[in-house]
Design a protein around this ligand. Structure first.
Ligand code: CUA
Length: 327
């Protein structure tokens, strides 16, 4: 009984990693589904060889004091020591080779109905959506995808090598300065997942994340079309916009429908509708925005946005409220 409890205790941390928004073993896409299946097939194959080896050593050490007769020993070595592992490993190799073509990074990308350019920056993501019909939307730190559609990612970087990875959907692929890598993914399950930079790129590498939201096709198109126009929130009354101008936030950030079109920092055109602040670090809200503006490096060490300790709490709230209104 205690052995059973021990087994449960040992397996709990292992199996609890099999679910959640950032698990490759809880697939929500074509590619990740194949990876998860391959994982379990490999485990099953390895388990067969492991079981045989353990059974053999238990037999040898505990129940069999006399040596086996020579012909019997030769048979055990031939079938168990050679044929079993060769057969199992050959089967695993064949399965993996058969899977390879469909797991190429650009497999199926000719059928892609959406192209997303992602540029890695320390420590955030610049995102541009492009539909073949000409709709183009600039965004940051969040990826939205239509379920059941093949998407082609064009990946690059302007500073360090980063890596783009949404474990629940597939991947991953490096973002390298001066070159463009391609990755094709097809999400199959609506939901909110999590992407994470998977290549060490500096102090806040671990804090370089993003929500990945898979939506119904019609909802995605409505969302994308709304994002292709400036937010009506840019004209909202209040001091926020004037303070944004006074503090020269627009010398780094772009907001569609305003004179501010800089690209040094994340695009803020519809920042109020994003799920997180600081590339996956804080749940969205005007308080989160205010604290990030006050001191970004307190949330994310090494962030390039300077601290704004000279702003009063009321001023921070004004700016944050205006930004939150950019829906
Ligand atoms: Cu970007 Cu690690």
């Amino acid at each position: 009984k205690s052995a059973g409890l021990l087994l449960v205790a040992a397996l709990t941390p292992v199996l609890s990693a099999c679910s959640g928004v950032q698990s490759a073993l809880d697939p929500a896409g074509d590619e990740s589904g194949q990876v998860a299946r391959l994982f379990w097939v490999m485990i099953a194959g390895g388990l067969q060889i492991w079981t045989f080896v353990v059974a053999l050593s238990l037999y040898a050490s505990r129940w069999k004091r006399e040596p086996l007769p020579e012909d019997k020993a030769a048979r055990v070595i031939f079938w168990g020591g050679a044929m079993l592992p060769v057969t199992v490993l050959a089967a695993l190799l064949a399965y993996a080779l058969w899977l390879m073509p469909s797991l190429r990074p650009i497999a199926g990308s000719d059928d892609a109905t959406l192209r997303i350019e992602v540029t890695g920056r320390q420590f955030w993501w610049h995102v541009v959506y492009q539909r073949p019909n000409g709709v183009s939307v600039v965004s940051a730190n969040e990826i939205r995808l239509p379920v059941g559609e093949r998407v082609e990612f064009a990946l690059t970087s302007t500073d360090m090598i980063h890596s783009f990875w949404i474990p629940a959907l597939g991947g991953k692929m490096d973002l390298i300065p001066g070159r463009q890598n391609r990755l094709s993914l097809k999400p199959t399950k609506v939901g909110t997942y999590r992407g994470q930079c998977a290549e060490f790129c500096g102090t806040s590498h671990a804090l370089m994340a993003f929500p990945a939201i898979v939506m119904e096709g019609a909802a995605f198109d409505a969302w994308l079309n709304a994002r292709s126009r400036p937010s009506s929130g840019v004209e909202a009354p209040g001091m926020g916009r004037a303070l944004f101008e006074r503090e020269r936030c627009g010398s780094c950030h772009r907001i569609a429908g305003t004179p501010w079109q800089a690209t040094a920092g994340p695009d803020l055109s519809h920042v109020g509708s994003r799920l997180t602040v600081g590339a996956g670090q804080l749940a969205s809200g005007s308080e989160a925005l205010a604290s990030f503006i006050a001191d970004a490096s307190a949330v994310k060490a090494g962030a390039h946005m300077p601290a704004n300790s000279h702003l009063s709490a009321a001023e921070l709230t004004e700016i944050a409220t205006w930004l939150k209104g950019l829906q």
